[in-house]
Design a protein around this ligand. Structure first.
Ligand SMILES: O=C1O[C@H]([C@@H](O)CO)C(O)=C1O
Length: 549
């Protein structure tokens, strides 16, 4: 099959929308949130010409799950791979979608993603090739959580010192494909909440009785871990983050921010009615109501509510079923990419909540991430090494003495913009180690996302990772490859990847507020192999000098 070039012209704007019936300034692409879905075939080149029509805000868009092989400057990570796109400017992203599967795109500037700037990328196999599973139709749903406050108010609160620190709190609603329903009566008479707004009509998925649907379900929540279910129907999981999964059945799918799945669903229930599609928050004791959509059996009306009460979903605090699902996800037979047998380097990252100079932060091995003024890719390629710390960030913590089950004994952490420099083509293991937060008996779920690579998920465990015993339990036979993975409360997650993609890549918690609070690291590999950088990514920090006439 011949590969093609797909050309998109996008304009980002800030507009009043009511996705859950409450009117809020929403960040849109060509007037929509979620933005337009990119449909491509494997091997196609995607070009997005992005016009920033915000009045005062910068922007950058990350292509989540696309590895950007040979185009590290198109990763869209402001501060790491590019300068922000300023209001009035147009920026051209160009990259190849080299693998079939379900991917995402979203803002990677500040906490903009939570104001609605996101969408889906669907990459089909080349024409004439078929998937290793059968279905009649392909549908797509993005799950998000939604706040009535803007991300600006949130970031101001998170950055404030001492008692002025304000946590973002629980979302006001959950959206399915950009639509949900906030109960306007909770606000009394309100001009900003209108339960008959066309923006908040529940999203319908129309199905023909007897047919099988491939449903691409992805999450871009800013905070929430979710469970997703379709009343009365079981789902067969077949894809995760662009990799085929050895099929298994679930009645509910746990999904973390930044993950994508494909599930197969047969429309085999009573065709004279509709069914609820629901999503609910897990892992946090949330006040956020259920997110709803409609599984619409043709020819019932799309807006006909099912006759039943929407099922509530699993209990928020049951960790065991979530861990069980994580363990169940294996590479599909016939599509296994075996991992290298051993690692050249092991980096253990202890995840803790801390303070730095009276500010609440998150840290890895007691270092909280800080973005430099000059993006790393530009600084490294142009030898501007004075623009960020040349220290080597720690590759572990005090294993012997640190108790992960109690709050950090000395919560004061340091802030740094130092990065991990990896040997090109080396095999790197990352052990994510969860721990107790600042408050007693609490540990949260963190979805970790790696840019520029897929990694093998070697294992998950409870408690403190044991360097001597736990590696012998790694799955080296059929581990799934992913780009986003959960770190469960008080547990550990072990990953392996090969540092074979020249560039600079962020690895961070996909919770907007947590990355904002320093929960991330950056890897460099093969910088000398990166081709000449386009000047369009420059203009901020010390890279101003390269675009001066
Ligand atoms: O960073 C966080 O802050 C809050 C809480 O610890 C303080 O309100 C929370 O749940 C986080 O994940």
């Amino acid at each position: 099959a011949e590969s093609r070039t797909l050309y998109y012209k996008w304009e980002v704007k800030s507009e009043l929308k009511s996705p859950d019936c409450f009117k809020k300034l929403t960040l849109t692409i060509n007037g929509r949130s979620p933005g337009p879905t990119i449909y491509a075939h494997q091997g196609d080149t995607v070009i997005v010409e992005l016009k920033n029509s915000f009045v005062t805000e910068n922007v950058a868009i990350h292509w989540h799950g696309i590895r950007q092989i040979g185009t590290p400057w198109s990763d869209g990570t402001e501060g790491v791979t590019q300068c922000p796109v300023l209001p009035g400017e147009t920026f051209k992203y160009q990259f190849v979608v080299d693998r079939p599967g379900t991917y995402l795109y979203h803002a990677h500037y500040g906490m903009q993603r939570e104001d609605g700037l996101f969408g889906s990328i669907v990459v089909w196999l080349p024409e004439g090739q078929t998937e290793p599973f059968a279905y009649d139709h392909d549908r797509n749903l993005i799950l998000t959580d939604w706040y009535h406050k803007s991300s600006h108010e949130h970031s101001a609160g998170l950055a404030a010192a001492g008692s002025a620190f304000t946590w973002v709190g629980e979302p006001d609603s959950l959206l399915i494909q950009g639509r949900g329903r906030f109960n306007c009566s909770r606000l009394g008479a309100s001009a900003t909440c209108n339960s008959s707004s066309p923006d908040c009509v529940l999203y319908p998925i129309t199905v023909v009785p007897g047919r099988t649907y491939r449903l691409r379900v992805s999450s871009l929540t800013s905070l929430s871990a979710l469970s997703f279910q379709i009343e009365g129907h079981t789902m067969t999981v077949v894809e995760a983050d662009g990799h085929y999964v050895e099929p298994f059945q679930v009645s509910n799918l746990f999904i973390y921010s930044g993950e994508t799945y494909s599930v197969l669903i047969k429309a085999d229930q009573n065709p004279s009615r509709n069914y609820w599609i629901t999503t609910n928050v897990v892992s946090r004791n949330s006040t956020t109501p259920l997110g709803l959509a409609i599984f619409n059996y043709y020819p019932n009306h799309q807006r006909k509510f099912p006759p039943t009460t929407p099922p509530a979903g699993p209990a928020w605090n049951a960790v065991a079923p979530r861990l069980a699902q994580s363990h169940a996800i294996k590479a599909r037979q016939g599509f296994i990419h075996p991992p290298p047998k051993a690692a050249d380097k092991v980096i253990v990252l202890l995840n803790t909540q801390n303070t730095v100079n009276g500010r609440r932060r998150w840290s890895l091995n007691n270092v909280s991430f800080n973005m430099p003024h000059t993006p790393y890719l530009i600084a490294l390629k142009n030898n501007l090494l004075h623009t960020f710390s040349q220290a080597k960030p720690p590759t572990g913590y005090d294993f012997k003495n640190y108790n992960i089950f109690v709050p950090p004994p000395n919560p004061e952490a340091t802030v740094s913009d130092a990065i991990y420099r990896l040997d090109f083509n080396s095999t790197v293991d990352i052990i994510l180690q969860n721990a107790n937060m600042m408050a007693l008996n609490t540990s949260e779920t963190h979805p970790w996302h790696l840019h520029g690579h897929d990694f093998w998920v070697l294992g998950y465990g409870e408690g403190k990772f044991d360097m001597f015993k736990d590696p012998s339990k790694y799955n080296l036979v059929n581990p799934i490859m992913k780009n986003t993975v959960p770190l469960h409360p008080f547990g550990w997650t072990a990953l392996r990847f090969v540092a074979d993609n020249p560039g600079v890549w962020a690895f961070h918690c996909h919770i907007d507020a947590h990355f904002f609070m320093g929960m991330g690291v950056v890897f460099e590999e093969g910088i000398e192999k990166v081709q000449k950088l386009p000047t369009s990514i420059m203009g901020c920090g010390e890279s101003k000098r390269f675009i001066r006439p």
